[in-house]
Design a protein around this ligand. Sequence first.
Ligand code: OFO
Length: 173
Amino acid sequence: MLDKKVSELLNDQINKEMYSAYLYLDFANFYTTKGLDGFANWYRIQAKEEMDHAIGILNYLQDNDYVVSLSAIAKPDKELNNLEDPIHFGLEHEKYVTELIHTIYGAAHEVHDYRTMKFLDWYVEEQGEEEKNASDMVSKFELFGHDAKALYHLNNELAARTYTTSSILAGDE
Ligand code: OFO
């Protein structure tokens, strides 16, 4: 049986991951209104990955006989005023999510919940990738985002991103 505090933090993380999906969907929506369908595609896929992260945690809790309780997803709260805003907010947000995952990991460690720590290893590693992707987006935008021709090519590059189900859901389909 899972520790109460660890389970509650994990349950709450489902909501946080769904919020991440909602936030990235908002970014995608923003870029669609700006005619940048490649950027919109990139963030839509990001949103799908976040939903996978949420379901991965939900599965884990259910597999451990925890009764999951789903709460309301907050409205995306970032004010997007220019093409660069989502990209910076994205990096900031991923750093925040890394802290959340580390907090759960720390709580699991405190109660010697090695099973949850092992489960969370995937998320710890994933956050490393998520921060790198978000930071690469910042660098790319700084290099190519301020020139119309370069922005056009960057938009095309981002349009090529495709979705694959996260490995945390392997065997779930
Ligand atoms: Fe779930 O990784 Fe981003 O937030």
